[in-house]
Design a protein around this ligand. Structure first.
Ligand SMILES: Nc1nc2c([nH]c(=O)n2[C@H]2C[C@H](O)[C@@H](COP(=O)(O)OP(=O)(O)OP(=O)(O)O)O2)c(=O)[nH]1
Length: 136
């Protein structure tokens, strides 16, 4: 049976209304695909705690995790991912790519121009849909 992992991912928005997108390196699982930074939830953690820890470890900055934006289950060839995308704000520091190949801030209308990890597509659609709604 395939293993299921709970992964939290941060949809971090800056003051210019851009979203932080992270490129997985060729050494990571699901290489060379874009994602929302984050990682696996560890035992005893809630989603907020897990996300704040993962971002501090990976991007060396502090965030405040907010509401759940989207939950989606995706079946990869070797495992099943339960991806929880959450709104987040940077509260201290500047994100630095320590594991990722690249970090970019992308305006919301351009989010579909990069190659997202398959599990992330519904979250990307949700971010874009919310923006369209807000713009009327
Ligand atoms: N962080 C993150 N991982 C994602 C996303 N979409 C997606 O399919 N994944 C996959 C890639 C990985 O197989 C898995 C997350 O594992 P990870 O390697 O980033 O997390 P981690 O730091 O806790 O893992 P570990 O290597 O310490 O075990 O979920 C996403 O938007 N963000």
């Amino acid at each position: 049976m395939k293993k299921t992992v709970n992964v939290v991912a941060a949809v971090i928005r800056n003051e210019a209304n851009e979203i932080l997108c992270a490129l997985r390196s060729h050494e990571m699982a699901i290489p060379n695909m874009w994602e929302f930074p984050g990682g696996k939830v560890e035992e005893g953690e809630n989603y907020q705690e897990a996300l704040e820890r993962e971002i501090e470890e990976e991007l060396k900055c502090k965030i405040k995790a907010g509401d759940i934006l989207n939950k989606h289950t995706h079946e990869y060839e070797t495992f099943i991912i339960h991806l929880i995308a959450m709104d987040a704000k940077i509260v201290e520091g500047t994100p630095i790519a320590t594991e990722h190949a690249k970090l970019i801030w992308l305006p919301i209308p351009y989010l579909r121009s990069i190659d997202w990890a398959p599990a992330d597509i519904p979250a990307v659609n949700k971010v874009m849909g919310k923006e369209e709604e807000a713009l009327g």
